[in-house]
Design a protein around this ligand. Structure first.
Ligand SMILES: Nc1nc2c(c(=O)[nH]1)N[C@H]1C(S)=C(S)[C@@H](COP(=O)(O)O)O[C@H]1N2
Ligand SMILES: [Mo]
Length: 214
């Protein structure tokens, strides 16, 4: 893909008010994470645990998780390291649907959710944010199961819509790869990058990249 075509596409999305400040368009899909990539021989030992301030703890194995209602979403994603990728297609499970349909019953005190991932990576957001349509527990990207380095078998994705109808959005690090748990909490609990200098709110439109505390 030539540099001119990339530049033209970038000018186009910028003109449509889809390019957050300080970002540039990439046509690749960069891989970014701290630590090693988990490799699964099979998913026999995989589960997703929902715990904390919920009426009943829930644990889904891979088969059970795949019986849950599914959704598709097309979003623009924005990495704090300044790349954005446009019109990305994801398929998976919506947390809002799980709550609306009674698969998860948060207690009224639950205001925040911590995503727990393999090897101890965590990231945190308000519960209300995770209920937006621009958030998905994704198993598929571009019609294919996630690759190992992008989070197979399950990750959270957060992005923005082409028409900017989403309400809030956040940088892509708020989507944990290799997700294994969702912890519902009354108080916020800063995750891995959030304690390492990244901004807790992480809104790309406000360029909330870094914490001001240091
Ligand atoms: N488990 C886990 N998830 C993670 C990370 C990580 O280090 N570990 N890094 C985050 C960061 S900083 C970014 S930018 C995105 C990158 O996702 P990608 O590699 O699919 O582009 O994953 C996020 N999710
Ligand atoms: Mo990142």
């Amino acid at each position: 893909m030539s540099i001119f075509s990339r530049r033209q596409k970038q000018d186009q999305v910028a003109g449509e008010n889809r390019l957050p400040p300080g970002q540039s368009l990439t046509q690749r899909f960069p891989v970014l994470h701290y630590g090693p990539t988990p490799v699964y021989q099979n998913l026999d030992d995989w589960d997703l645990k929902v715990f904390g301030l919920v009426e009943e703890e829930v644990v889904w194995d891979w088969d059970a998780f795949n019986q849950l209602p599914r959704s598709k979403v097309t979003m623009d994603i924005h990495c704090v390291t300044r790349w954005s990728k446009f019109d990305t297609d994801w398929e998976g499970v919506s947390l809002k649907t799980l709550i609306d349909e009674g698969f998860i019953k948060p207690l009224p005190e639950a205001k925040f959710v911590v995503q727990h991932c393999e090897y101890g990576y965590t990231t945190n957001t308000p519960l209300d944010f995770l209920l937006q349509d621009n958030v998905l527990l994704a198993t598929h990207f571009d019609g294919e199961p996630l690759t190992a380095e992008h989070g197979y078998p399950l990750r959270v994705v957060v992005g923005s819509f082409a028409d900017r109808s989403e309400g809030e959005t956040k940088y892509f690090w708020k989507g944990g790869k290799w997700l294994r748990g969702l912890e519902f909490r009354a108080e916020d609990a800063p995750g891995f990058w959030e304690v390492n200098g990244y901004n807790n709110n992480a809104d790309p439109w406000e360029e909330e990249r870094f914490s001001r505390r240091w």
